[in-house]
Design a protein around this ligand. Structure first.
Ligand code: PLP
Length: 364
């Protein structure tokens, strides 16, 4: 049996008729960018997250950098962010000229709230929380610290659609929640897409302005904006999938529970889930001290796996100018050296999962 780390085709086939009908309807509609599908999706996604406003954008990265832009965060400002994240989180900060201040993660792969306060300076303007791998971060202390120090709070929810902390949706704890609808995300489209959610009417209005060349009225440009518009085809197809989010999340939880129950190998550390937090299992991430050997072993059994992520942002060539080196963030670097995402996708069959579990249990 050959098993890929992800199977996006399965996610399509599951609701093929609905996707095809929607795609045809949009193609025939004559409206292709920022039309009724985008408006309807924004309403439905706001309702899904329990937010007042949603603004559709062209990508998750755009959601992040535009978030800091509308919050007025730029050169000379510092933003606290966890060190073990996808590099887009950090680019959202640095595109604006602001400086990322890295914090080590906790044992749940999320920002360690206890390490935030010691990083706050007179320049600190915001905290960016990343709900990595689909698990909600420890938002209680994060929200408390942001209030106490008057910091903006932005959430990177590119991996956490539908995940809650203490019953409240990720993306709704701070000023802006940023989402990606890249095809492999839990709520994925068939191309690029993104959105922000917010309670603040002014932020929503500014976002709408920025996404369309900084114009509120056609050909009247108030600020230098971006072209970051969500298109009708993506919005329509996202509405189809959003309608099924509950069952899609349940399916991932069922797969994760089975891994948790049946994986029994002392060479693997299974992911821990925090009390009061839940995970939507964007990835199922194990840790292994002999990861290279494990990857080879899985390859030989034709089981694909992926490292999320092998090079932490502070060691990336793109951020050499920040001046960090090996050893700057030891916990983050240890994770980068040991984490491995095993196959987990919508439409994974029981036989496929059994095959992966058997192989992992026989690894020694
Ligand atoms: C995917 C992702 C992004 C970027 O989203 P794009 O739509 O690819 O721009 C940002 N942050 C995290 C944590 C992600 O996983």
């Amino acid at each position: 049996m050959r098993i890929m780390p992800n199977r996006l085709d399965r996610g399509f086939l599951k609701y093929q008729e609905e996707f095809e009908a929607k795609a045809l309807a949009v193609l025939r509609s004559g409206r292709y960018v920022l039309g009724p599908e985008v408006e309807a999706f924004e309403k439905e996604f706001a309702a899904y997250t329990g937010s007042r406003f949603c603004v559709g954008l062209a990508s998750g990265l755009d959601a992040l950098w535009l978030a800091f832009r509308v919050l007025g965060i730029g050169a000379g400002d510092e933003v606290i962010v966890q060190a073990n994240t996808y590099i887009a989180s950090v680019m959202g900060i640095t595109i604006n000229g602001a400086t990322p201040i890295f914090v080590e993660p906790d044992e749940y792969f999320n920002l360690d709230a206890e390490r935030i306060e010691s990083k706050i300076t007179a320049r600190t303007k915001a905290v960016l929380v990343v709900h990595l791998y689909g698990q909600a971060s420890n938002m209680g202390p994060v929200v408390r610290i942001c209030r106490q120090y008057g910091l903006k709070l932005v959430e990177d929810c590119a991996q956490s659609h539908g995940a809650r902390f203490d019953g409240k949706m990720t993306g709704t704890f701070g000023d802006i929640g940023c989402f990606s609808f890249y095809p492999s995300k839990n709520l994925g489209g068939f191309g690029d897409g993104g959105a922000i959610v917010t309670e603040d009417e002014k932020i929503a209005a500014d976002m709408r302005m920025y996404r369309n060349y900084g114009s509120e009225r056609r050909y009247y440009n108030k600020v230098v904006g971006a072209n970051s518009r969500l298109d009708e085809l993506q919005a329509g197809l996202l509405r189809v999938r959003l309608n099924h989010m509950e069952e899609l999340t349940k399916e991932r939880r069922r797969l994760a529970e089975r891994y948790g129950r049946e994986l029994k190998n002392s060479a693997l550390a299974l992911p821990a889930v925090r009390d009061h937090a839940d995970s939507v299992w964007h990835q199922y991430v194990v840790r292994c001290g002999e990861r290279d050997r494990l990857i080879d072993y899985l390859d030989r059994r034709e089981i694909g796996s992926i490292i999320h992520y092998p090079i932490p942002p502070h060691l990336s060539e793109a951020y050499r100018s920040l001046g960090y080196g090996k050893g700057s963030f030891p916990i983050t670097e240890r994770y980068a050296d040991t984490v491995l995402s095993i196959p987990m996708y919508s439409g994974m069959t029981q036989e496929e999962q059994a095959y992966v579990i058997e192989a992992l249990n026989e690894f020694c």
